[in-house]
Every structure is written in structure tokens, then in C-alpha cells.
Design a protein around this ligand. Structure first.
Ligand code: MN
Ligand code: MN
Length: 465
């Protein structure tokens, strides 16, 4: 009697389990190796520009060549196209014609941060500060009193480009935004969380010593300018043609006594970017052409020349298609895209914004997200049952631990990804990615198992779809 009952249960009931309960020794070893490589990627890739540079370095070591329009390509050839140093597309040419479609992984490498304003530097009360303009969805109260690094480029008056990187090396100084002491914080503590720290107060403290051999005002600011000039050749006007970002300092670290988690800045969405890249590196001669995209600007709407809405992607794909005498539209309609982006991991501390039956859990694998959006799927591409079915089948057949995910309770908020911009191109697209704890915070947390399963999932798509 009892046995019969459990038979029905197993046959009929969907009962997802923690991925560790079925993790093979081989997968465990693979996961550990993968986590080390991923942490290295994070530490080398604190901005989208650095993600592109590091991806090129890794890709060239693996035989990828820079793509030029008209280049003759054969099955198994590996190419990349660098879109202005801020986004990149890599492809491994398939055995079949692009008329059969491509398998695409699209993730983004920009992450929430504080960009310097065009006129950032000022002095107040004999301290020098840099004013910032936040980029993407941040919770402003999380950024004061966190050590910060600066990374970016400055285009000087003569057009030459200088790289600025301060704060990453052990001997480097770092920067900080100050907050109020609790002793004087009575009024501030009464404010709603979203208003306690104003955006215009997110100013980096960058100096306090006045330039002694000068007269007049703003001598601390002048001292900072002198230091910048001596180190980089930068003058104050040069900030106008610069892109410098303040990002959390420090490196990716294992979390937990069991080291099962990783905390770092920028998991969203470098965790999926790296998964696609690592999966593409494993692909030798795929049936269908495999394409990996690092998109920029997702956190501010995917606009701009390096965002997923940009024709840069279509141009790259059309160039590949032309080389085979295939029209782009014929390629797109048979293509598939995994929009690889993170999802919210269920957090028991904030249970009231999650719907537990449809939430992604840490260590339950890559989260498939049929739709994102807000207010009744608004703004979501909402993948079809067929598309979800295809991915589910592929993952089941290839040992990928996966789960279903919704981004929190209906009407609690919402969000989007690049999925809809791929779907608008007439490409079947499904969102899937790693569940993240404290997403968009200076330090986000993910599980190693979920990272590894996202890589395995992407590999299954590149090799088997
Ligand atoms: Mn994202
Ligand atoms: Mn995001």
C-alpha cells in the first residue's frame, strides 16, 4: 500500500530538490574549478570595459581572432567583435548554415555603480570631493562608508586616452562616501529608507591636504588636481570627456564555513556573462553557430550604441550571414537566445515580497524565468510554452539542475532584462540565470552550484539545441 503511494508521488508530483543532494563527484570538482576561474574573472572585470578586455585576453588564448567584415570563415572558426571597448560578441561558426539559425547567449556586464559627473571635483570645508551620478538601480543608503575604487578612461584635450585605475592594488589609496554618526542621526533615522541618503550627497572624499606653496582658495582641490596632473596628465576640463566609475573595492570572496557561496560586486550580470563565455570556450565545432554577447547599458534600459537595442549586434550577425549568402531575417527566425540574467533568490528575511511556490532558491540551480516585467507582466517578452519546453527538455537531458523563477510577488515591484530586445528581433528567447541574494547591493551573493549549473545550461544550448 505504502509503496504504491510513493510511486504515484514520484510519477506525478513536481518536487525540486537542493542541487547538492544529486551532485556527482565529477560535477563537484567541475564546480570548484569553475568557481575559482569565475572569481578571477570578477576581480579583473570591475567595469564593462574591463569585462571586454579580459574576455578578449581569454578568447585569444583559446584561438579566437578579431572579426573583420568579409573575413572568410569555416565551421569551427572562432571570432570576436569588440564594440567600442564596451560590449563584445564572440562566435564559434557551426557546421550548418546560419539559415538553420544560431544559438545565442546574451548577458550584460554593466553593473550598478556611481559614475563621476562631468564637473565632479570641488572643495568644501577644506576637504576635496568628487560628485557622482548613480548608474542603474541602487539603494543609496548602501553606498556610504564602503571602500570604493575608481576605474575608467579620460580623453585628454589632444584626444589621447588615459586609463585611470586606483584602489585595486594593495598599495593603492581608496575612496569613501561619508555618513552621519548615529549620535546626530535622529532626524535622518526618521526618514524613509529611500530618502535618508540623497543622490547629491553621494560624494567621494578624495583629499584633505592643501597645496602649501600656493595662495588663494580651494587649495585642497588644487592639490588633488596637481596629483592627477603629475600621475595622468589630467586637467580639470578633461573630466568632461571622461568615464570614471566608483565601484566597491575588494575582491570576490567565498562565503560560509562550507565555502558554498561567493560574495562580490557585480554578479548581476557578470555571473551569467562568464557562464556563457566559459561555455562558448568549450564549444569546438557546433552544429549551429554559437554566439555569446556581453551587452552594456542593461541597467539603464539597454539603450545606447553598446546596449542590446543597438544595431551593432544585427550588423555583426548580418556580416556573418552575408558570408554564407543567408539573409539576417532567415537566420533570426530559426535562432534561439538564452537571455542569461540573474533573478532574485528567496530570502527568508524578506519573505513578504516573495511568493514561495514560484521563487528561485539558492542551490536549486539555474532559474528559468518565463516572464519578467511588472504590473501584470508589463514590458515582458513572456516566452511561449514551446520555448520553455525546449529548454527544460535540454536541461533535463544534460544533467543541468534548474528551477522555475518569478521575480518576487506580483505587484511587489518588478524588473526586466535584454530578453525582450532579442524577442523583438524575431528570435525565440527565454530568460534564465543565477539566483542572487541582495541583488544590486555593493556586495551580492550567489551559490557556486547555481553558477556552475548556469554554465552547464549554456553549454547544453550551444552544443545540443
Ligand atoms: Mn541583470
Ligand atoms: Mn540588474
Amino acid at each position: 500500500m505504502c509503496e504504491k503511494k510513493s510511486e504515484w508521488r514520484e510519477k506525478l508530483v513536481y518536487d525540486p530538490k537542493n542541487g547538492f543532494l544529486s551532485l556527482s563527484e565529477e560535477d563537484r570538482a567541475g564546480m570548484e574549478r569553475y568557481a575559482e576561474d569565475y572569481k578571477k574573472f570578477l576581480d579583473n572585470s570591475k567595469t564593462e570595459r574591463k569585462c571586454v578586455d579580459y574576455a578578449i585576453e581569454l578568447a585569444e588564448q583559446r584561438g579566437f581572432r578579431e572579426y573583420h567584415r568579409g573575413m572568410a570563415l569555416q565551421a569551427g572558426d572562432k571570432v570576436y567583435f569588440n564594440n567600442r571597448g564596451k560590449a563584445i560578441m564572440l562566435a564559434v561558426i557551426g557546421e550548418k548554415s546560419l539559415a538553420e539559425g544560431a544559438n545565442i547567449g546574451a548577458a550584460h556586464t554593466d553593473a550598478p555603480r556611481l559614475d563621476l559627473k562631468p564637473r565632479p571635483l570641488y572643495e568644501d570645508s577644506e576637504m576635496a570631493f568628487l560628485k557622482t551620478h548613480y548608474y542603474g538601480g541602487i539603494r543609496k543608503y548602501q553606498w556610504p562608508t564602503v571602500p570604493l575604487e575608481l576605474h575608467g578612461v579620460v580623453v585628454l584635450r589632444d584626444g589621447s586616452v588615459v586609463n585611470v585605475d586606483v584602489g585595486d592594488k594593495p598599495e593603492d589609496p581608496q575612496f569613501i562616501i561619508c555618513d552621519l554618526l548615529p549620535h546626530l542621526g535622529r532626524a535622518q533615522s526618521q526618514k524613509p529608507l529611500g530618502e535618508a541618503i540623497a543622490a547629491e550627497n553621494l560624494n567621494l572624499l578624495v583629499g584633505s591636504e592643501p597645496l602649501a606653496d600656493e595662495e588663494g582658495k580651494d587649495l585642497v582641490k588644487l592639490q588633488v588636481l596637481k596629483w592627477l596632473y603629475e600621475k595622468y596628465g589630467i586637467t580639470e576640463e578633461d573630466f568632461i570627456s571622461a568615464e570614471i566609475s566608483a565601484v566597491p573595492a575588494g575582491h570576490a570572496r567565498d562565503i560560509g564555513f562550507d565555502r558554498s557561496l561567493i560574495a562580490a560586486y557585480g554578479h548581476d550580470d557578470r555571473v551569467c556573462s562568464y557562464a556563457e563565455l566559459a561555455a562558448l570556450f568549450d564549444v569546438e565545432k557546433p552544429e549551429k553557430t554559437a554566439v555569446c554577447i556581453f551587452a552594456d547599458k542593461e541597467e539603464i534600459g539597454s539603450d545606447g550604441v553598446s546596449g542590446m537595442k543597438s544595431a551593432a549586434f544585427d550588423t555583426f550577425m548580418e556580416d556573418l550571414c552575408e558570408g554564407q549568402g543567408v539573409s539576417l531575417r532567415a537566420c533570426y527566425e530559426k535562432s534561439f537566445c538564452l537571455s542569461a540574467d540573474v533573478t532574485a533568490a528567496y530570502d527568508p528575511a524578506f519573505a513578504d515580497v516573495f511568493e514561495k511556490r514560484n521563487s528561485a532558491f539558492i542551490n536549486y540551480g539555474i532559474g528559468l524565468c518565463k516572464y519578467t516585467g511588472s504590473g501584470g507582466k508589463g514590458g515582458a517578452s513572456d516566452a511561449s510554452a514551446e520555448v520553455v519546453g525546449l529548454v527544460r527538455k535540454l536541461f533535463n537531458e544534460n544533467g543541468v539542475v534548474w528551477q522555475m523563477a518569478e521575480l518576487g510577488k506580483i505587484d511587489a515591484g518588478g524588473g526586466g532584462t535584454v530578453a525582450k530586445f532579442m524577442a523583438e528581433r524575431n528570435i525565440d528567447t527565454l530568460d534564465a540565470g543565477v539566483p542572487v541574494l541582495s541583488m544590486h547591493a555593493p556586495y551580492e551573493t550567489v551559490s557556486k552550484l547555481d553558477c556552475y549549473m548556469t554554465y552547464k545550461g549554456m553549454k547544453a544550448i550551444f552544443e545540443k539545441r
